[in-house]
Design a protein around this ligand. Structure first.
Ligand SMILES: Cc1cc2nc3c(=O)[nH]c(=O)nc-3n(C[C@H](O)[C@H](O)[C@H](O)COP(=O)(O)OP(=O)(O)OC[C@H]3O[C@@H](n4cnc5c(N)ncnc54)[C@H](O)[C@@H]3O)c2cc1C
Ligand SMILES: *[C@@H]1O[C@H](CO)[C@@H](O)[C@H](O)[C@H]1NC(C)=O
Ligand SMILES: *[C@@H]1O[C@H](CO)[C@@H](O)[C@H](O)[C@H]1NC(C)=O
Ligand SMILES: *[C@@H]1O[C@H](CO)[C@@H](O)[C@H](O)[C@H]1NC(C)=O
Ligand SMILES: *[C@@H]1O[C@H](CO)[C@@H](O)[C@H](O)[C@H]1NC(C)=O
Ligand SMILES: *[C@@H]1O[C@H](CO)[C@@H](O)[C@H](O)[C@H]1NC(C)=O
Length: 625
């Protein structure tokens, strides 16, 4: 009898273990528990306690209204001994990394000319930064304090806006331990995945950084059954999975995932948490529309699931509320769809060859077809670049998922006829692909890092702008003026509607009525005085972009590719969703453990940069201090 009971209990325990192992990755099973923390010696228990643990025994580090997060020059900065305690509590001693800028090999006292030359040659290759624990693709927001001299001479190499320490996460317990440590000692906490963020959200002076890059596990479900009613294929992917890895994995299973165009973007990090636009957006909407569940570590230090039945507010907020704000996501489970053929077309128009009048007529004719293109469920990526007195328009590519070349010719027919009528010599290159993956691989080149001198800004252009002739003309005039002032455009023509089969989420409602997401930028000379840099920024934010806002009243901008100085950002990035988002943030993160500039609930703090220009090189302090 006793034996039977024991066998029965073992079977039940195994069942539970089986259900969990279906949904958690190996690295998600190593967790920090309150019980474990309670068993630690007093010193460690204080360092690693969950936010709500031992509230009676340890006073919360009170932050006065004027205080800053503790930084390395403060007396309160954790002693060497505390960092050693942190190191010893991680799942591997190699997981605590003291940040060293790569380009320190170019400057005294660690100068090594051969290594510096090698690094300089590699610098514009984005992998040089993505695979590094602290480098980012928009180093202007680090403060440019340690670049290879041939790229940008920093004079010497200082840590600047790089974090002080990095926890390389290889287990959920590493993330919990790092969050608890940072919160309990009132340190600045940041999260870096790939470092693609255009606004510097993955760097921060004096911070402890959680690096999610190596969490690469993926799992395919043939027939995932979600209690909300979805029944079909799904993928669960780790926080570090990048687009090139996800697309390959999906292809091997005969499905497509709604992810971005960029090869190296971290799909489960900032991309998806900010919404995520995709070459499939005109069919399927935004990437995070398709999420079934997140595994996430919260500011309290807890590891939990957010899905349509558990932690539903957080589930809603993580789909579009932005990265680095609500916690650290460790994996995402999302719907995927049957693979499909794709046809692409690419072409260029060069005003130095066809003349400016024809160039503008041809370019306007394409923008005039904004609605026709997205209603045919296509997506296009059009760079238009001023070169001296001239302009080059590169369509690379016009991407038509689930369309044959014949169907695509029908879609683009009216545009091609217009070019013929304008007597513009024209040789589009059309390619048919049997499946999505090879089309994506061949058509979107590896994008280089953005360099040391560019500031991005963008706007969502509503469908209503392209309904009437006068709307089309007024809208195009603004874009043309931007180009004529020497600024480039990257124009994405797509319409990411929310499908009725997907639940509502926090994504900027402006996306749902837009047919164009257009990016521009200004050159900021980092050598010029802070006043000159601020003036160049003002000209972008309040000059160029003001004209864009004026022609798109009530619309907004995509937070992942926006102006770091976006005005009225709460409304611009989230519209009517902001109020609910900030309520969720206040409830989840009472101590402001997570903070990014212009993130949800970020109003109470600002980075006091050493040079006064917008970047992460300075302490994070309370506003009004
Ligand atoms: C070359 C290039 C191509 C791009 N293509 C596209 C595109 O096709 N579609 C599109 O929508 N966007 C695109 N983007 C923009 C992209 O979505 C953003 O840069 C995005 O922030 C990248 O996320 P990441 O995790 O890779 O970057 P990171 O810079 O590492 O992180 C970005 C933000 O997310 C936070 N974060 C990262 N991981 C986590 C996590 N696990 N949990 C919580 N917070 C986290 C970080 O703290 C930071 O705030 C592109 C950008 C570049 C540079
Ligand atoms: C840097 O360049 C060298 C040779 O040019 C190459 O072997 C190395 O892999 C590169 N590293 C990166 C990170 O690209
Ligand atoms: C590094 O250079 C900067 C700018 O020239 C200067 O302000 C700073 O004092 C230097 N720091 C060190 C450690 O030499
Ligand atoms: C949400 O996650 C919980 C915890 O893992 C799980 O029990 C529940 O079934 C999930 N809900 C749905 C709709 O799948
Ligand atoms: C793709 O096209 C086929 C045939 O035209 C159609 O039946 C199918 O629904 C389309 N798929 C999607 C996802 O739109
Ligand atoms: C734009 O103008 C507003 C209002 O005058 C001002 O507060 C803001 O700082 C300006 N933005 C920039 C980038 O200069």
């Amino acid at each position: 009898m006793a034996l039977h009971l024991a066998l029965f209990l073992t079977a039940a325990a195994l069942l539970v273990a089986f259900a969990q192992s279906q949904t958690l990755f190996g690295y998600e099973k190593t967790q920090l528990t309150r019980k474990y923390v309670a068993s630690l010696p007093q010193e460690d228990a204080r360092l690693f306690a969950f936010e709500d643990q031992f509230e009676d025994r340890f006073e919360a580090t009170a932050v006065s209204a004027t205080e800053c997060k503790v930084n390395p020059t403060d007396k309160k900065w954790p002693a060497e001994r505390a960092w050693k305690r942190l190191e010893s509590r991680l799942s591997s001693p190699n997981n605590l990394i003291a940040a060293v800028p790569q380009a320190s090999v170019c400057y005294a006292p660690t100068r090594d000319d051969a290594q510096c030359q090698q690094l300089t040659r590699n610098w514009t290759n984005s992998y040089t930064h993505i695979d590094d624990p602290t480098e980012v693709l928009s180093p202007i927001y680090q403060g440019l304090t340690c670049q290879p001299p041939l790229i940008f001479d920093s004079g010497n190499c200082t840590i600047g806006g790089y974090p002080a320490y990095v926890v390389k996460a290889t287990a959920v317990s590493d993330i919990q331990t790092a969050i608890n440590f940072a919160r309990n000692d009132n340190l600045r906490l940041i999260v870096k995945n790939t470092g693609h963020d255009f606004a510097g959200h993955s760097v921060g002076y004096g911070a402890l950084s959680i690096w999610t890059h190596v969490l690469k596990d993926m799992m395919f479900f043939d027939n995932y059954v979600d209690e909300s009613g979805y029944k079909g294929p799904a993928i669960k992917a780790g926080a570090g999975v990048q687009a090139f890895e996800l697309y390959k994995f999906a292809n091997e299973h005969g499905v497509v995932a709604v992810a971005g165009e960029g090869q190296t973007v971290g799909v489960m990090g900032g991309f998806l948490l900010g919404g995520g636009h995709s070459p499939l957006s005109s069919i399927y909407g935004m990437a995070s529309d398709h999420v079934l569940g997140f595994e996430v570590v919260t500011p309290i230090g807890e590891f939990l699931t957010a899905n349509s039945t558990s932690n539903t507010d957080l589930f809603w907020a993580l789909k579009g509320g932005g990265g680095g704000t609500f916690g650290v996501v460790t994996s995402v489970t999302f719907k995927v769809y049957p693979d499909m053929p794709v046809t692409t077309v690419s072409w260029t128009l060069d005003s130095s060859k066809i003349g400016k009048d024809k160039f503008w007529a041809a370019t306007k004719a394409f923008f005039d077809r904004a609605i026709d293109n997205v209603d045919a469920e296509t997506y296009s990526y059009n760079s238009i670049i001023p070169i001296g007195e001239n302009f080059l328009s590169i369509m690379q590519p016009f991407f038509a998922p689930n369309k044959t070349a014949t169907q695509l010719n029908t879609i683009l027919g009216p545009y091609f006829s217009k070019l013929t009528a304008l007597n513009i010599p024209f040789s589009p290159k059309t390619t048919e692909y049997k499946t999505f993956y090879p089309a994506w691989q061949a058509e979107f080149p590896l994008e280089p890092m953005s360099g040391t001198n560019s500031a991005t800004a963008s706007r969502l252009f509503p469908r209503s702008n392209f309904v009437s002739d006068i709307g089309k003309t007024t809208t195009f005039a603004v874009l043309r003026q931007t180009l004529e002032s020497g600024k480039p455009l990257i124009a994405f023509n797509m319409a990411p509607r929310l499908l009725p089969s997907n639940p509502d989420n926090a994504i900027n409602p402006a996306w749902r009525t837009s047919v164009y997401h257009i990016i521009t930028g200004a050159t900021i000379d980092p050598r010029s005085s802070p006043a000159t840099q601020l003036a160049a920024r003002a000209a972008l934010t309040n000059g160029t972009m003001r004209a864009w806002r004026d022609v798109t009243p009530g619309s907004g901008a995509y937070l992942n590719e926006a102006d770091r100085l976006e005005p009225d950002w709460q409304r611009s990035f989230w519209g009517a969703n902001y109020e609910r988002l900030v309520g969720i943030k206040r409830e989840m993160d009472r101590r402001d453990v997570f903070w990014v500039d212009r993130g949800v609930g970020s109003e109470g703090w600002r980075v006091e940069s050493v040079d006064g220009v917008p970047n992460e090189n300075g302490p994070l302090c309370r506003v009004g201090g």
